[in-house]
Design a protein around this ligand. Structure first.
Ligand code: NI
Length: 253
């Protein structure tokens, strides 16, 4: 049996401080055997290096989150940039633009995003993109560079998803596809080729049904995976195999 995987989780978040061991055990019980741990802060990246389980393959990513750009000076930027060269940092992200929470610093967000895209291109490392209420600006900057990567927690239109696929990106679907009001996510999964799809929890956020309202965790990624199988009429084992191929291709494992 091929395993499930979580292409984007924050299990180094303080939400997991008290029961991480049980969270990891539940991953194994639910056959979630691979996960990409995303860090927005250097201290989290470093503490994330200590997370391990004999039956789970963890990979790690670091990036300056768009909501934090006002707090990043040159010295701090350089510390991130030197960690991007570290072999233990398999991807750069999440990076991108977020105009939902912050509209007053668009130029600074774009500058920090673009500089990170450039570094990723030079290093040949995949990028993990966060974009909220900023899809056109995100696309315009991404188009300038020859990166590969993933649109994490993709929440825009099916039409734009197709454009990102043309740029060479993957589309990662979160638990929102399981929610009752999900309409566009269902159009997205029908528009994107299977060899470009990924799934994720983004835990502790965006908990899929039927656990909505609780803290999210990597083992819940199976709800998202099964929902996609049901909607697309896919055999679960075939879909798991496809997800593993996509994950390995994207993150060069
Ligand atoms: Ni995230």
């Amino acid at each position: 049996m091929m395993n499930w995987l979580d292409s984007h989780c924050h299990i180094n978040d303080e939400a997991f401080r008290d029961d991480l061991d049980q969270v990891l055990d539940r991953m194994v019980e639910n056959d979630v055997k691979k996960a990409m741990i995303i860090s927005s802060y250097i201290e989290d990246f470093e503490s994330g290096l200590n997370i391990s389980h004999p039956e789970i393959e963890f990979k790690r990513s670091l990036g300056i989150y768009p909501g934090d750009v006002n707090d990043v000076d040159e010295a701090l930027f350089e510390r991130y940039a030197s960690l991007y060269e570290d072999d233990r940092c398999q991807a750069i992200g999440e990076i991108g633009l977020d105009y939902h929470w912050d509209k007053d610093n668009k130029e600074r967000q774009k500058e920090i995003f673009e500089r990170q895209l450039k570094i990723a291109e030079r290093l040949g490392k995949p990028v993990i993109i966060h974009s909220r209420d900023a899809i056109q600006d995100t696309y315009d900057l991404m188009k300038k560079y020859k990166n590969e990567g993933v649109m994490h927690c993709y929440s825009d239109s099916a039409e734009m998803a197709v454009e990102f696929v043309k740029l060479g990106y993957y589309i990662s679907i979160s638990g929102t596809v399981t929610w009752k009001n999900a309409k566009e996510p269902l159009r997205v999964i029908r528009s994107v080729p299977l060899e470009r799809l990924l799934i994720e929890t983004d835990c502790p956020y965006l908990t899929p049904s039927p656990n909505r309202g609780k803290r999210n965790e990597p083992s819940y990624v199976v709800y998202t995976g099964r929902k996609i199988c049901e909607e697309l009429g896919l055999n679960e084992e075939d879909f798991r195999k496809q997800l593993n191929e996509n994950y390995h291709r994207l993150f060069r494992l």
